[in-house]
Design a protein around this ligand. Structure first.
Ligand code: ADP
Ligand code: MG
Length: 463
């Protein structure tokens, strides 16, 4: 540390004060003739030389001490200066350094606290916005950035969320009269955030008991309820669809019962015919209820993954036997080609039977008469197996493919009903395949036919 030039006036004043007593003594001695002029002048010069050197050094130490103390408040701790000409300042400097180290530690822990508070806020899955008493944005989290894009701090809340209902709810939360809050402590507002797609959002706003250190006074948490709403709508649609599907055969049955009791009471051939139709309708209702029960059973355990070893060759042979009669009634051949290597899937035997029963049943139903349905099972790399079911039917227009696995979705409802379908088969297939952590791929070329491919995890043998 280079010594700075000391201010001249201070230096002169300090030297004058130091020299004054000795010079007064010399003057008195000289006055009383106890000291000759020559020695008095020599003594005065000697005293001046020594005291000027000492005073300058002392003042230098003090200046270095002052600079050291002022540098202590900076980011870095300054080096301790040499202060041996002013021992008291050396002690003071050590004490100041200890004090500054304490401050620095405290500031580090305050910085840490602030960082971890922001980390917690950022870790929240829902978007959060904190506003101050003027409704200005103080703080947001990462989820807010994902939902609303960049939100400028220190701007009014309306720059980020322009929803009159929400803004007026926040205003009433922050309303003050005579220094007291007079509005409610919390508010809930439902909004739609327009975008692609529109999002249903519930905003929960709450006023803090008093403003936080950063000025935050009200917290707004946005909760995306789009998926929930969609699920609610789907459930309502599903109930409506299921009831509608049951209503038609029930109405049919009631109609025939009425006819059998009345006009056709004694018409034996008509009675036979009607009973046949009634049996068909009852059978349709049974199939529908069976499929609904299967669907709800599978949905209940959709998140638990089945883990038994299933021999796919055996499953497919069983399904082929089961559907033999139906296939030959349509003059359709079902050709099974199973890879000779063991094809063991990880899964549930009964559920996989349902999957291939539905896929092969569809292929038999929708292929042209007197054609072949091919089922090819083979390993796919080390850890997967695939089963492809292909037919030679009219195929499915591409626009329908994405919705095919929705419940009750059919390309041609009348045709599906006429062929005894419920419209739930592929929904069941999709659920089972999901539960098995597998995949369903549908390829179809209109006019040529369709291929439904199921990929499943295989049993991996080590060593
Ligand atoms: N192999 C296929 N060829 C042509 N269309 C098919 C095929 N499989 C399914 N579909 C179409 O997908 C719809 C839904 O299939 P699914 O859920 O099994 O219902 P369904 O009870 O009608 O068989 C069917 O109604 C049909 O329109
Ligand atoms: Mg089907």
């Amino acid at each position: 540390m280079a010594d700075q030039a000391l201010p001249l006036r201070r230096s002169i004043a300090a030297n004058a004060v130091t020299l004054a007593p000795s010079y007064v003594a010399l003057a008195v001695l000289y006055w009383h003739d106890d000291l000759a002029a020559g020695p008095a002048l020599i003594a005065a010069a000697g005293i001046a030389a020594v005291s000027i050197v000492l005073v300058q050094r002392y003042l230098g130490s003090l200046a270095r001490f002052a600079r050291f103390v002022s540098e202590l408040s900076g980011e870095q701790e300054p080096a301790m200066p040499r202060l041996k000409f002013a021992p008291v300042t050396e002690e003071l400097a050590a004490a100041a350094a200890t004090l500054a180290a304490g401050w620095r530690r405290q500031r580090a822990s305050i910085d840490n606290l602030a960082a971890s508070a922001q980390a917690i806020v950022d870790g929240l899955p829902d978007p959060l916005i904190a506003v101050d008493r003027q409704r200005r944005i103080v703080r947001t989290n990462r989820a807010t950035l994902a939902l609303l894009g960049p939100v400028a701090a220190d701007r009014d809340l309306s720059t980020a969320l322009r929803h009159p209902a929400l803004l007026s709810a926040i205003d009433s939360l922050l309303m003050v009269a005579d220094g007291n809050f007079v509005g409610p402590e919390q508010a809930t507002v439902e909004l739609v955030l327009s975008g692609a797609p529109d999002l249903d959002v519930i905003a929960h706003a709450r006023r803090l008991p008093r403003a936080a250190a950063d000025g935050s006074l009200a917290l707004i948490v946005l909760h995306d309820t789009t998926a929930l709403r969609r699920a609610e709508r789907m459930r309502a649609d599903f109930v409506a669809n299921a009831s509608h599907e049951l209503k038609t055969p029930i109405a049919g049955l009631l109609g025939f019962i009425e006819t059998l009791r009345g006009p056709a009471r004694d018409d034996l051939p008509a009675r036979e015919r009607f009973l046949g139709i009634m049996a068909e309708q009852a059978d349709r209702m049974r199939r529908l209820v069976d499929d609904l029960l299967t669907l709800s059973r599978i949905e209940q355990h959709e998140h638990a993954r089945p883990d038994a070893e299933v021999d796919l060759g055996r499953v497919l042979a069983g399904v082929q036997d089961l559907l033999q009669l139906k296939a030959s009634s349509r003059k359709v051949a079902v050709e099974l080609s199973v890879d000779p290597s063991p094809l063991q899937a990880v899964g549930d035997h009964d559920e996989l039977t349902i999957v291939f029963q539905n896929l092969i049943d569809n292929a038999i139903k929708y292929t042209r008469p007197a054609t072949t349905v091919r089922v090819v099972a083979r390993p796919l790399g080390q850890d997967r197996v695939s089963v492809a079911v292909s037919d030679e039917g009219d195929g499915i227009p591409a626009a329908h493919l994405p919705r095919l696995t929705e419940r009750f979705y059919r390309v041609d409802t009348a045709r599906s009903r006429q062929l005894g379908g419920t419209g739930l088969g592929l929904a069941i297939v999709k659920h089972v395949v999901n539960r098995h952590r597998g995949r369903l791929d549908i390829q179809s070329s209109p006019g040529k036919g369709s291929v439904f491919t199921v990929t499943l995890p295989a049993v991996v043998r080590r060593g």
